[in-house]
Design a protein around this ligand. Structure first.
Ligand SMILES: [Cu+2]
Length: 179
């Protein structure tokens, strides 16, 4: 008797495990939110920078004053310039120790005319000059002498009184600069 030996080969199940890596592709959709910049549109420029000149205070300066030596002791004339870097003002009267009577005059076509007052325009000037506006000093206490200084008070509606020491110049004195 023969005994067959059977070898059994056990079948092996090879299991290949394919591990598929799941690629999760996350494409982040970036949403760009455009934030609207709100421009105020205001240039911050002061709209009222140019304030009404008339509402500003006047800023007066008196210059170039002189009084020519008068031909007689009866009367004298005075000239000066008022410059104004502020609001409008008005020269309402002039007084002086040297004269009991001081008046304001314009000259029109060679004839002088008394004025009650003179405007000093805002940012402008008021000129008193030979052949034009002048101040007349009547009833003099004495005849002003060359080199003397005559105290003259200019009275303004807004600025009050400005006292000017007016030098007495030669009878023919006339400042060439008419600015
Ligand atoms: Cu006059």
């Amino acid at each position: 008797m023969r005994r067959g030996v059977r070898t059994r080969t056990g079948a092996r199940d090879a299991r290949g495990l394919a591990t598929g890596g799941a690629k999760g592709l996350m494409t982040g959709g970036a949403l760009l939110v455009a934030a609207g910049l709100v421009l105020t549109g205001c240039g911050s420029a002061d709209g009222s920078a140019q304030t009404d000149a008339a509402s500003k205070k006047p800023d007066l300066k008196v210059s170039g004053a002189y009084m020519p030596v008068p031909p007689t002791a009866d009367m004298a004339a005075g000239y000066f310039t008022v410059t104004n870097s502020g609001g409008a003002d008005e020269l309402t009267s002039v007084t002086s120790d040297i004269a009991a009577d001081v008046t304001l005059h314009t000259t029109d076509g060679g004839a002088m005319k008394e004025q009650k007052s003179f405007d000093v325009p805002a940012g402008g000037r008021l000129d008193f000059a030979r052949g034009g506006n002048h101040v007349m000093f009547d009833k003099l206490t004495h005849r002003p002498k060359l080199g003397e200084k005559v105290s003259v008070e200019l009275h303004f509606a807004e600025s009050g009184t400005i006292t000017v020491e007016v030098p007495v110049k030669a009878a023919t004195y006339n400042p060439s600069s008419h600015h």
